[in-house]
Design a protein around this ligand. Structure first.
Ligand code: ZN
Length: 130
């Protein structure tokens, strides 16, 4: 009996499809694992968790009428930086901080109890007890 339900050609096609699917998957995986986040906290609470995919501006309002404009900026190397481009706080320490990248300290606006920082997507192990 000659069982030709699945021919050699079909098998090759199937293998090619699987391979292509695998490639797509691994490509997606790479893009995903590269994704970093902007985290903005206000009064200790996370109010913005934004995946860095494009340049944008986010307005953070504080309860007493204060605000910070947080900007996500694409750097020349294709990474992202973040800065506080505008604020109505008195000393503008947050604005003067300029751009920060993943490895930098967070932007802090004490009057508005606001912090903005970039974090890696993977959960970072907490450094404890130094
Ligand atoms: Zn400020």
């Amino acid at each position: 009996m000659n069982n030709k339900l699945i021919s050699k050609k079909d098998l090759i096609l199937l293998a090619a499809l699987l391979f292509a699917a695998l490639l797509v998957f691994s490509a997606f995986g790479k893009i995903r694992s590269k994704g970093n986040y902007l985290i903005v906290t206000r009064d200790g609470e996370v109010v913005v968790r934004e995946l860095l995919t494009e340049e944008k501006e986010i307005r953070i309002e504080s309860e007493d009428g204060g605000y910070n404009i947080i900007r996500i900026i694409r750097t020349d190397e294709g990474n992202f930086a973040v800065m506080c481009s505008e604020s109505n706080c008195p000393e503008k320490i947050c604005v003067n901080k300029g751009q920060v990248v993943l490895t930098d300290d967070p932007i802090v606006c004490l009057p508005h109890k606001m912090t903005a920082k970039l974090v890696k997507k993977q959960k970072q192990k907490q450094k404890c007890c130094q």
